[in-house]
Design a protein around this ligand. Structure first.
Ligand code: LLP
Length: 409
């Protein structure tokens, strides 16, 4: 972990708000997975949507990871950064014909999650090698908005539609080389991971799909967001995953590749958003610490009621007090934390918002016309990659560029 002293130095050097990513920690998390799961044919495809920072993607590329991409631009970014097509899987939902065509032309395998798209594939791309996404029929996740299995979600083909799937596959002479499921994000129970695997394996028979090369069990591995949160027993989970998959391969009669697609597990904990408090204000019952960042830069608390741990970097020994930690956006809901106890916050103190490496910058926007912060990637204490904040002039140019107007001198 990057020390708080180092975070203060980096904030002084690069200004705030600032995203700092600990590349060493992300790689440690990547290698962790190979310690938990021992199958020699395990492949980790990082869910790029969690954080598309090129510095992080280069580290994972060099470590041997693959990519789970969900838009043609994510595919292009990964290809541009040197991931070969065979290391990428494209899992969009509700994709257009044009998107399909663009990705098919790159040679990246497409993961199809609806009968409608499968029919179009059989018609337009007969003979192609594809993957099929099924709904695992298991509901889990840290938030109902991010649960992807079960009746209420838009994802995947129903498990009981296998016969229909087979008929379409036959009509287009398609080659099903992979099956996929994703249960949700922040899976609370090991049993959910295992049950989803079992449900997919139950239809992954030689009889149904004789040409399988891999099974992909999605992402969703949970990381602790609260300091007192009990970590998942990944050693035990890994053993159970290995046992299940071994048994499956024996029954199938072939050693398939086992894929997972973690996003949060790899990148959440490696990120910290440093923000400066510029205003302390007492509103009768509440003390408000107003910062120079806001929910467009880290939306998870507002969107999912997610807890992000916050530390006072510059006054760690201050007497504890209770604060609403608010941003600089013109909305009352613009809070990183409500009624949170922290060491006394003074104006110009720097706060560290933890677990800001997954679904923070990548879900960011320029709402209120505030540019997204600079991001830096640190490996072994050294800054190896900088993504600069856009200055206001460039931000305005980017807005005006799309109208075809020139910036007034
Ligand atoms: N594979 C597929 C097909 C997915 O849809 C996702 C996430 C993943 C893998 C990676 O899941 P992870 O390991 O990161 O949990 N914005 C939300 C999370 C959305 C997840 C969307 N899909 C959040 O901030 O909690």
């Amino acid at each position: 972990m990057i020390s708080n002293t180092r975070l203060l130095e980096l904030a002084a050097e690069y200004g705030t708000p600032l995203f700092v990513y600990d590349g060493s920690l992300m790689l440690e998390r990547y290698y962790d997975l190979f310690k938990f799961i021992h199958n020699p044919r395990l492949k980790i495809h990082y869910a790029l949507k969690a954080n598309y920072n090129p510095g992080l993607l280069e580290l994972l590329r060099d470590a041997g990871a693959g990519i789970d991409a969900v838009s043609p631009a994510e595919v292009r970014l990964a290809l541009h950064l040197g991931y070969s097509p065979d290391r990428i899987i494209y899992t969009a939902n509700n994709m257009t014909d044009a998107e399909y065509d663009r990705v098919a032309a790159t040679g990246v395998i497409i993961n199809i999650g609806s009968l409608s798209r499968l029919k179009k594939c059989a018609k337009n791309y007969p003979g192609s090698r594809i993957c099929l996404r099924f709904n695992p029929d298991v509901c889990d996740g840290d938030n109902e908005k991010t649960m992807t299995g079960g009746d209420l979600t838009k994802f995947g083909i129903l498990l009981d539609a296998v016969e229909e799937v087979k008929a379409i596959v036959k009509s287009g002479n398609l080659h099903i080389i992979g099956l996929h499921e994703h249960t949700g994000s922040g899976l609370q129970h090991i049993e959910s991971v295992l049950q989803s695997m079992r449900n997919l394996m139950a239809i992954a028979t030689r009889e149904n799909f004789p040409e399988l090369e891999f099974l992909d069990f999605g992402g969703g591995f949970k990381v602790p967001y609260r300091p007192d949160e009990k970590p998942v027993d990944y050693v035990s989970m890994g053993q159970q995953i290995d046992a299940l998959f071994d048994e499956f391969c024996r029954n199938y009669g072939k050693d398939l590749i086992m894929r997972f697609e973690p996003g949060k597990y790899l990148s959440a904990e490696c990120g910290t958003l440093i923000t400066e408090v510029n205003t302390i204000k007492h509103n009768r019952t509440r003390t408000i610490a107003g910062c120079n960042s806001g929910f467009p830069q880290l939306i998870r608390p507002v969107l999912y009621d997610a807890y992000h741990h916050i530390e006072n970097l510059s006054n760690p020994a201050g007497a504890p007090q209770v604060y609403d930690i608010c941003g600089n956006i013109c909305e009352t809901g613009d809070r990183f934390a409500e009624q949170r106890e922290l060491p006394e916050i003074r104006e110009y103190d720097l706060l560290a918002i933890r677990n800001a490496g997954a679904y923070c910058y990548s879900m960011g926007s320029i709402y209120n016309l505030r540019a997204m912060p600079t991001e830096i990637v640190v490996v072994d204490g050294k800054v190896i990659h900088i993504n600069n904040r856009m200055n206001d002039e460039d931000l305005i140019k980017s807005v005006l560029a799309r109208t075809g107007k020139q910036v007034a001198k």
